[in-house]
Every structure is written in structure tokens, then in C-alpha cells.
Ligand binder design. Structure first.
Ligand SMILES: *Cc1c(COP(=O)(O)O)cnc(C)c1O
Length: 460
């Protein structure tokens, strides 16, 4: 539906009445009007009524992996609408949910056997944490009420996920007394990505030192822990930081030794984003509970899933007689049908010409080729490419007025980016051609230059 009102009128209503993510009513963020999206491009309508098309470097916060107006997903949505868009999941079931669960089981490790369909990533983390708590109760360990994680993580914005998100980035001080206090291991050691293997590698000495501090935390808190929860291989919204599979595995081994479960939050990393289907595929130690989300519907609708083992499921069920969770839109048929179509597309051998693995490897090489030279630019501190994730860290926070200047510079280069903190990054749709990635990395370059050339001000 096209709203006939002029863009400035719509934007004025938006500014005065609509909350945007992490926004302030006192100092509203600049928003841009998207008219439509297709392929890997967003069509923006400017205040003067003109339009421009830009490459979406964000894949709509990492979920639109195939791009927009994807024929297979459009068709799945239309087909499903023709039968039902939603029915309750309590006491009822349907082929779209069953078909999706079958597909998820087929593409995840065999020890994961039970699937909870949640309606967003944060809710899936809530459910995973609730599972771990309920499983702990059964073992006669009602004292297992805490979670261990690493600094620099991000697990969502509702309260339980926020409580295991980095205490500084997650603004724990704002919610002191409300957020439960969990156990935070130090930031995992710096882990540059090996360009040949595509795996983050840490210095053995730094890893050994970090392990010691982890071990000390387990020695102190082990009996209190319900689970370890981490984003394997890549800390996403907490700082776009790759970390070594050995570090992930160390946490898993210690968790097991101390009777705690292992939760992998693959909401950002899943569906090939880091180069393998799951980031956990690079780890030796399996997870007991895995959360997936974001890319699961190819960016069409909100959906997430929690997978767990039979053992966890049975312990959870025996503890309280049931898993005590059931969102209204659980198993939404429309979302499930689109998710199944997205997975079928992604897992087809010819996806992107060479299959998902080959496609992400191609994007990774193109991102590396475009971003590595930016190391020489003024103000650039680090360049990190892991799978189809390309990150440039600059020497100042890209916030306040600088954020707008940097975003505009990228748009003028034909690219939509949304930098945060001191990070300018791209997580492009897999449908990007090498030429699209060239546009994208040039846009990142323009953004980085805009950040470096701005006057350094107190707020950045
Ligand atoms: C985005 C994200 C979440 C939260 O998902 P929502 O769908 O935004 O609630 C949780 N964990 C990770 C790792 C994420 O990237």
C-alpha cells in the first residue's frame, strides 16, 4: 500500500510519535523513509520526494539473508495465507510448524531433538535460560540460579537476556537491583581471523591466561551455575568481536565438569553467517541448548527457535511437570512456512551458484579484498572479516552528530550502514554479487573517512 502523503509529513509523525530502536524522545534519531526493497537494495524516498536506491549492508539487522522480494519466500507467504495465517499452538498443531521442525532437526547436530518455536530472539533466550533453570531444579539443585557468560556479549533486550549481556554495553547500572547479577568471565582474548581457514585464532599465552581466570570463576561459582551462555565464535551486537573456538570449548568443558548446561546463542551466527552452517560447527564441544533466530525466516517475519537434547527436555519437564512457556504467537504458521521456504532455498545445492558455504566464502573473500586496504586509512584501528561479516573499528565512537555524518556519507556512496559505538560494519545479504560488495566496501570506506575527518568533539 502506498501512502499518498508527502514524505515530510510522514517523517514528522514518525519523529513526534514513533519509538525507534534505542531512541530518545528528547533527541530523536534521524530516520529515513523506505518505500520498498528488492534484491539487495532499499528504495528510499527523500524529503523532497525523490527516490534513491542503496545497497543494504545490514541485511535488515542481519536477517534478510536472501535480500528482498525473494520469489520463493513471497510464494510461500501467499500459499500459506490462502490456508491460514495463524492459529493458536496450545492443543493444536499444523504442517507448517511440523515441517519447519523437521527441517531444523535435519540441519542441526543430531543430539538436538526438541524444538521450541518462539516469536523473537530475545524470547528464545528467555526460554533457553528458563529451560536451564528448570533442568537444574530437578537435580535437587534449586541453588543453581546463576549463569556464566563472557564480557562483550549480547543476548537481547528483555530482562533475562539483558542480564547476561555485557554489563557496560547492556547498561546494567541503569537497572541495578532489578537485573539478576550473573557471573562474567573476562573478554575472550583477541582472535584475528585466519584468512585461509576462516577461523579466529588467539595467541596461546593470552588464551592460557584467560583460561586461568575462567577456572577461578568456576571454582568460586560452579555449584551455583545453571548454564554457560555464549555466542560462539562471534560476539555480535556486543562489539562484533570474533573469538577462538578453543575459548568457547573451554567454557563448555568447565560447565560440564561443574554440572552446568551449555547454551549457544546462534541468533546472529546461525545459517552460515560465519562461514559454517552454525558457528558451533567450529567447536569441539556440543551445546545442550541452542537458540536460533534472525535469519530463520529470511527476514520476512519474527521467529526464533530453541533446540535442546532429550535429556534437557526430560529434566525440564519432570521439574515442574511442563516447560512453563507459551507465547500467543508460538509456531505462527505464516512465519513457519516462510522459514521452511528460506531453509529450502539456502540449503539447495545451487544456492548462489555454489551452495551456501561457497556463497559465504565468496562474500568473505570479497569483503576482505574491499576492507583490508582500509587498514591504511586514517583513524582505522582494526579490520575483521569472519564469514560474511566485515567490520572496521575506528578510533572514535560514531555517535551523536558524527553518526549522522557517517551514515550520510555511506548513503551518498550508495550504501545503507548503521554503525554503532566505534564500529562501521557490513553484514550483507548473501544475494550480493561481487560488484554489490565492491559498492558496499567503498561505502564502508566513505563512512570511515567521514568519521576520521570530523572534528573530534567530546561526544564524538
Ligand atoms: C539479535 C540478537 C538477539 C535478540 O534477538 P531479537 O529477535 O532482537 O529479540 C539475541 N542474541 C543475539 C546473539 C542476537 O544477535
Amino acid at each position: 500500500m502506498i501512502d499518498p502523503r508527502p514524505p515530510d509529513e510522514l517523517l514528522a509523525i514518525d519523529r513526534d510519535h514513533v519509538w525507534h530502536p534505542y531512541s530518545s524522545s528528547l533527541d530523536p534519531v534521524t530516520t529515513r523513509l523506505v518505500e520498498s526493497a528488492s534484491g539487495v537494495r532499499l528504495r528510499l524516498r527523500e524529503a523532497d520526494g525523490s527516490t534513491r536506491e542503496v545497497v543494504d549492508g545490514m541485511a535488515s539487522w542481519w536477517c534478510a539473508i536472501h535480500g528482498y522480494a525473494v520469489p520463493e519466500l513471497d510464494a510461500a507467504a501467499r500459499d500459506q495465507l490462502a490456508s491460514m495465517s495463524h492459529v493458536m499452538f496450545g492443543g493444536l498443531t499444523h504442517a507448517p510448524a511440523i515441517g519447519l521442525v523437521e527441517r531444523l532437526l535435519a540441519i542441526t547436530p543430531a543430539h538436538l531433538t526438541r524444538v521450541f518455536l518462539a516469536d523473537s530472539g530475545s524470547v528464545s533466550v528467555e526460554v533457553a535460560m528458563k529451560m536451564a533453570l528448570q533442568a537444574g531444579v530437578l537435580d535437587g539443585r534449586p541453588t543453581r540460579t546463576r549463569f556464566l557468560t563472557v564480557r562483550g556479549g549480547y543476548h537481547g533486550d528483555t530482562f533475562s537476556p539483558m542480564s547476561v549481556t555485557d554489563p557496560v554495553g547492556g547498561m546494567h547500572s541503569l537497572f541495578r537491583g532489578v537485573l539478576p547479577e550473573h557471573v562474567f568471565a573476562p573478554l575472550p582474548p583477541h582472535a584475528p581471523v585466519d584468512p585461509v581457514t576462516g577461523v579466529p585464532v588467539s595467541d596461546p599465552g593470552a588464551l592460557a591466561t584467560w583460561r586461568e581466570s575462567v577456572d577461578a570463576l568456576f571454582a568460586q561459582h560452579g555449584p551455583d551455575l545453571a548454564a554457560v551462555i555464549v555466542e560462539p565464535l562471534l560476539q555480535g551486537a556486543g562489539g562484533m568481536r570474533p573469538w577462538a573456538p578453543q575459548a568457547v570449548d573451554h567454557l563448555s568443558r568447565r560447565a560440564r565438569e561443574h554440572g552446568a548446561l551449555v547454551i549457544h546463542d546462534e541468533i546472529a551466527t546461525g545459517f552460515w553467517r560465519t562461514g559454517t552452517r552454525w558457528a558451533g560447527d567450529r567447536c569441539a564441544e556440543p551445546a545442550d541448548i541452542v537458540c536460533i533466530g534472525k535469519a530463520i525466516t529470511g527476514g520476512y517475519l519474527s521467529l526464533a527457535a530453541v533446540l535442546c537434547t532429550d535429556e534437557v527436555a526430560d529434566r525440564v519437564s519432570a521439574s515442574a511437570g511442563a516447560l512453563m512457556h507459551g507465547p500467543t504467537f508460538m509456531g505462527n504458521p505464516l512465519a513457519c512456512a516462510i522459514a521452511s521456504a528460506s531453509i529450502d532455498l539456502l540449503e539447495s545445492p545451487g544456492y548462489g551458484g555454489t551452495g551456501a558455504a561457497g556463497t559465504v566464502a565468496r562474500l568473505s573473500a570479497a569483503l576482505r579484498a574491499g576492507l583490508e586496504p582500509l587498514r591504511e586509512r586514517r583513524g582505522v584501528l582494526d579490520v575483521r572479516v569472519l564469514g560474511a561479516v566485515g567490520v572496521v573499528r575506528v578510533d572514535r565512537p560514531v555517535e551523536g552528530t558524527l553518526h549522522e555524518a557517517v551514515t550520510s556519507a555511506a548513503l551518498d556512496a550508495g550504501v545503507w550502514l548503521r554503525p554503532f559505538r566505534d564500529l562501521v560494519y557490513a553484514m550483507p545479504p548473501y544475494a550480493c554479487t561481487d560488484a554489490d560488495v565492491e559498492v558496499l566496501t567503498a561505502g564502508v570506506g566513505a563512512a570511515v573517512d567521514a568519521a576520521a575527518s570530523a572534528e573530534r568533539t567530546g561526544s564524538g
